[in-house]
Design a protein around this ligand. Structure first.
Ligand SMILES: [Zn+2]
Length: 260
């Protein structure tokens, strides 16, 4: 059985950047584990609806509901402070992730790219820590997979999302040559949209402002890159034309095995 470990900073990261990939893996019978560094008690910057302790509990519950829509049954929190991961000694974060790698024994580790997807400092700090922990673990068969943003996705969805300050200034960084683009089928898309909706404290404003059609369109593709992996086709060909267009039943194998 293939084991996929998603390592995230906050509840909702998993659904937002890779909900389709995770649901696809579950549907295929893989073991999927999600790990969250924080409980998301910081909320979003300017619309925190309740005190941090309360929000942490709310978001933990929302996450359980959300993961149920994706079919993910294993989840663990590492209990770091939301918004302050960069202030925690890096060695401590790396050591905790390393311990989880030993315990979970993933074949694939899924997380943010170096830019942190949205540019959130917790995300980019986490990405660097995951890379270091994997280097220490030193399992050549284990794959690291980064969720990234394509230029097409950025142009279409970042401006409306940024009405709610989702992305930090200067972000997202566009990846011009994703290793894989996953097009969600209806079943995966339904699961992902409901998983997003379950993160009510974070996602309700988007559903309210833009409606289900926008959210479905935004959620319908996911882009991934395999950092420092070779043999996945020419990186010399820049642009989306060089990306692998994958149907759900192809995505996992392409990302895991590195073959097309
Ligand atoms: Zn986040």
């Amino acid at each position: 059985m293939t084991t996929i470990l998603g390592i995230w900073a906050h509840p909702d990261d998993e659904a937002f950047v890779a909900g389709g990939f995770l649901a696809d893996a579950v549907r295929r019978g893989d073991r999927v584990v999600c790990m969250h560094m924080t409980s998301g008690e910081g909320g979003l910057l300017d619309r925190q609806p309740c005190p941090p302790e309360t929000l942490a509990r709310v978001r933990q519950h929302e996450l359980q509901d959300s993961l149920a829509h994706l079919g993910v049954e294993e989840q663990r929190f590492l209990g770091y402070p939301d918004g302050y991961l960069d202030y925690v000694p890096r060695d401590d974060v790396v050591a905790r992730i390393y311990d989880e790698l030993i315990e979970v024994q993933p074949d694939v580790v899924l997380s943010f790219g170096n830019d942190g997807f949205t540019g959130h400092p917790d995300h980019s700090t986490l990405s660097a820590s995951v890379t270091t922990a994997l280097e220490v673990w030193n399992q050549p068969e284990a794959r690291l997979c980064h969720a990234i943003v394509s230029s097409e996705w950025k142009e279409r969805f970042v401006p409306p999302l940024n009405e709610f300050d989702v992305f930090w200034p200067g972000y997202p960084t566009v990846c011009t040559s994703p290793d894989a683009t996953l097009h969600l089928d209806d079943e995966l898309l339904d699961a992902k949209v409901e998983a997003l909706r379950a993160h009510t404290s974070q996602m309700k404003p988007f559903f309210d402002a833009y409606g289900d059609d926008f959210m479905r369109a935004m959620a319908s593709t996911e882009h991934f890159r395999l950092p420092d992996r070779v043999g996945l086709g020419s990186r010399a060909n820049e642009g989306m034309a060089s990306a692998t267009d994958l149907e759900p039943d192809q995505s996992r194998d392409a990302l895991i095995k590195g073959s097309r």
